[in-house]
Design a protein around this ligand. Sequence first.
Ligand code: GAF
Length: 369
Amino acid sequence: MGSNFESRFGRAATVGAEAPGRVNLIGEHTDYNGGFVLPVAIPQRTRVELAARDDGRVRVWSSARNRSGEPGSYALGAETPCQDWLDYVQGVTHILRREGHALRGFDAAIESTVPLGSGLSSSASLSVSLLRALREAFGLKLDDLQIARIGQQSENEFVGARVGIMDPMAVSLADEHTALFLDARSLEYRRIPLPPGADLVVIHSGVSHGLAGGDYNTRRAECEKACALLGVSQLRDLGTKDLPHVDTLPEPLQRRARHVITENDRVLAAVDAMQQANLMRLGQLFYASHASMRDDYQVSVPEIDLLVELARTEPAVFGARLTGGGFGGSVVMLARAGSGRQLADRLAKAYAERSGCEPRVLVPMPKQS
Ligand code: GAF
């Protein structure tokens, strides 16, 4: 990475910044309900090379998203949603300016190894790496938490995806060796080391999703409706003892609420299991989380279910589940240490044959040829 800036803009970049993607171990669709999540960073990253301009124009080139090869361009202060990748950049400058940060125009080249629509936070990775580059270029007074908040605001208010705080928090604060146990309501977090004795496996199903699409926002609206009927401000306010009451809600609201309440419980149990290095228990929680996302939250797709079922046939897999927002994306698995690489390749092959899709093993990182 690195030389694309020069070939696109005919001069050298003055700053460079990176941010990883993330995989969520457990705690799905809980963040915007004020609940708990447990993401960890993945090796795939987004890198932004950037140099300030003397005028107020922004020109941005993205390796993954620029189909025409020409940089996207707009004037600072005239950000207008255009329903493509440039909205993630426009959203960031729009919010920064609104919050009173002094920006000038800039040229930027973005390269990413986080696959789009994979459920691994390619968009938060873009926003956070861009914010880090802008912080350095213009001396912005922003800490990592503020960067995460601006990333979320940009997606909520400009891009039109009502995403929660998990992804920008994970991308801004997590690393590859410790999961970030985050209370999405208070934003308090603890770092929980990944248990020894386990390999993390992440396989992209080859079925991509879009968050600005209606399904994610529909789930969020259903949760709000369930809260209104149950008389609470967030589903976080309820626990498993409230499930009989939740079961009196009309469908599909009772399923949605049941998923969120039981998933919050599973995150707390997963943190315990990780701290005790109880991989069997952690694996059971993964499978239970998947079943809840499939049957109650209804965000899985047949291809993802197939991948999880194939994982069950591998004795070295402790557990597997859909990770991220759903409607496609990736599966995260925990496997016996040392078995991850071979097992992932075997599963990807079997899955490709059965589904006709093109999976990609993302973790463990394939060896560079
Ligand atoms: C997406 C969102 F961006 C997150 O905020 C979270 O809700 C997740 O889906 C589901 O857990 O990644």
